[in-house]
Design a protein around this ligand. Structure first.
Ligand SMILES: Cc1cc2nc3c(=O)[nH]c(=O)nc-3n(C[C@H](O)[C@H](O)[C@H](O)COP(=O)(O)OP(=O)(O)OC[C@H]3O[C@@H](n4cnc5c(N)ncnc54)[C@H](O)[C@@H]3O)c2cc1C
Length: 483
């Protein structure tokens, strides 16, 4: 079969482009060498944010673009993306108050805000956010961004792409591609059994994230290199450090910031670091130096210190940043570039370099705009308005949606109902379609994981292994015992 697009990589940018293209009527195939979202896209800080600190590097264009996107994504996927209040304790020796005021003013006004409140100053002595902090932090600033389930954002885009007819090949590696007049002859390999298959596609899209350079050199034998700078970032997870649903943005003396984010009800997610990285992104793990760094920043602010013993999970991801020789890795732009290789006018290759989780939808739209000359009859932009699977909630208030579900599934324990609502949105009805009482959920694996959910994930979300289910489709890995 001749596809219009063959996309390499099932991270957020690959599935975003696949979804956008398939929704415009293009014939799309995507191959991912492992599980969907198994690369950088499940190892982020999970923020849909403008990036307050990027203002210091004068990245106004990127911040505006990302701020605008927060509101769009909140509407598209209210089940997996939620507003998140940040509190920044004021430390006079780090950034002056006037600078923070200016930054927050810009953050409030660079893009239109309809759903998220504006920033303001708070008195930490009588604010709940002041309670866990050391007593000399008397003032703070608060502003809003959003918290997303990064891996599920990837899965939902892949599901929607499939609904539009895209073929999603998971555990399938892109091996090689040869230009043949007006198309590519592509070889892909099923890594489950090492069998290969050839496909034809008019356009090739390299969305392999931190592997994009590798794909160019090893699979496409391209002479050009140095498109990316790879930067490792790590997170630690501890039992919840404080009461409340707010997050903290902690300034450090090296001018970086560390986030402390409420994570799956009982935990705190703390990150991140910026370290140069070489090697296969799959092998990235946290170092002792990074653990000490993150603990030290938290301990500057919180009364109750944390140590290595409090850490119950860690993960490390590799940022594919646009190439730079900057010494301070935190200053490298988080924006993306899309580069069209037109060595053959008929069979182009589009390379995706860089990009954030937050900007994947705009990046995808821009990719399709670049490819428009090759597909004169493709449909118009559509992704800003249409909800992702499960996101078509008929109320502006997620709490009302939960109430609706409570009356429909009164037999479901509250915690399980919350989990289904937050993970699946309106797809909960498909998940529970044959269930009328708790025993209909099937085998109980503990911690809230039942057979019915595993079956749903295998049938609808490409889940194949325990890790796919426990660490990407859900975060039951945090509470389930390995056996
Ligand atoms: C520590 C950290 C924190 C971050 N925090 C945030 C944040 O809070 N907010 C935000 O907006 N952004 C954040 N980001 C950035 C964001 O996570 C990434 O920019 C984004 O996930 C990159 O997505 P991608 O699709 O380009 O790459 P990936 O998700 O890595 O996807 C690329 C995929 O290509 C596949 N692949 C590679 N080679 C082949 C091949 N030969 N054949 C088939 N498949 C192949 C890989 O297996 C991989 O799944 C963060 C990044 C890091 C590292």
């Amino acid at each position: 079969m001749m596809f219009d697009l063959l996309i390499i990589g099932g991270g957020i940018n690959g599935v975003g482009i696949a979804n956008d293209a398939a929704g415009r009527g293009l014939r799309v195939a995507l191959c991912e060498q492992d599980d969907l979202a198994s690369g950088t896209s499940c190892k982020s800080s999970k923020l849909i944010h403008g990036g307050l600190r990027y203002l210091e590097y004068h990245e106004f264009g990127l911040v505006r673009k990302a701020l605008r996107e927060r509101e769009i994504l909140l509407r598209k996927a209210p089940h997996i993306i939620k507003p998140l209040q940040f509190v920044m304790p004021y430390a006079s020796q780090l950034r002056p108050a006037w600078l923070i005021h200016c930054g927050l003013f810009l953050y409030d006004h660079l893009a239109k805000r309809q759903q998220l409140p504006a920033s303001h100053r708070i008195n930490l002595k009588n604010h709940v956010a002041g309670k866990p902090l050391k007593t000399h932090y008397k003032t703070g600033f608060t502003y809003y961004d959003c918290l997303a389930d990064d891996a599920r954002l990837v899965i939902l885009n892949a599901m929607q792409a499939k609904q539009f007819g895209a073929q999603i090949f998971t555990r399938t590696q892109f091996v090689s591609a040869d230009r043949q007049d007006d198309h590519w002859q592509v070889t892909i390999k099923n890594v489950r059994d090492d069998t290969t298959q050839t496909l034809q596609a008019r356009v090739l899209v390299n969305a392999a994230g931190p592997w994009a350079e590798n794909v160019l050199i090893e699979n496409l034998h391209s002479p050009t290199t140095d498109h990316l700078t790879l930067v490792k970032g790590s997170h630690i997870v501890t039992p919840k450090l404080y009461q409340g649903n707010h997050a903290y943005l902690l300034q450090n003396t090296d001018k970086r910031v560390v986030f402390v984010i409420p994570f799956h009800e009982h935990y705190s997610l703390i990150g991140t670091t910026d370290l140069p990285y070489q090697g296969n992104p799959k092998d990235a793990v946290i170092s002792e130096q990074e653990i000490n760094y993150l603990c030290a920043v938290v301990n500057q602010y919180f009364q109750q210190p944390i140590t290595t013993k409090d850490i119950i999970w860690t993960y490390s991801g590799v940022r594919p940043l646009k190439a730079s020789d900057a010494k301070n890795l935190s200053t490298i732009s988080r924006d993306y570039s899309l580069e069209l290789d037109q060595s053959s006018a008929q069979a182009p290759l589009l390379n995706i370099f860089g990009g954030k989780l937050t900007t994947y939808r705009q990046l995808s739209e821009q990719a399709l705009k670049i490819l428009q000359p090759y597909f004169s009859n493709m449909g118009p932009d559509w992704t800003a308005k249409q909800a992702l699977p499960g996101g078509d909630i008929n109320t502006n208030n997620f709490a009302d949606f939960i109430l609706q579900l409570q009356s429909q599934y009164s037999w479901l324990p509250q915690q399980l109902l919350n989990h289904y609502a937050n993970n699946y949105g309106t797809k909960v009805h498909q998940l529970l379609q044959n269930a009328e009482n708790i025993s209909d959920l099937g085998k109980d694996y503990g911690g809230g994981l039942y057979q019915i959910e595993i079956d749903y994930l295998k049938a609808n979300e490409w889940a194949e292994t325990m890790e796919d289910i426990l660490w990407r489709r859900t975060k039951f890995g945090l509470i389930c015992r390995p056996e």
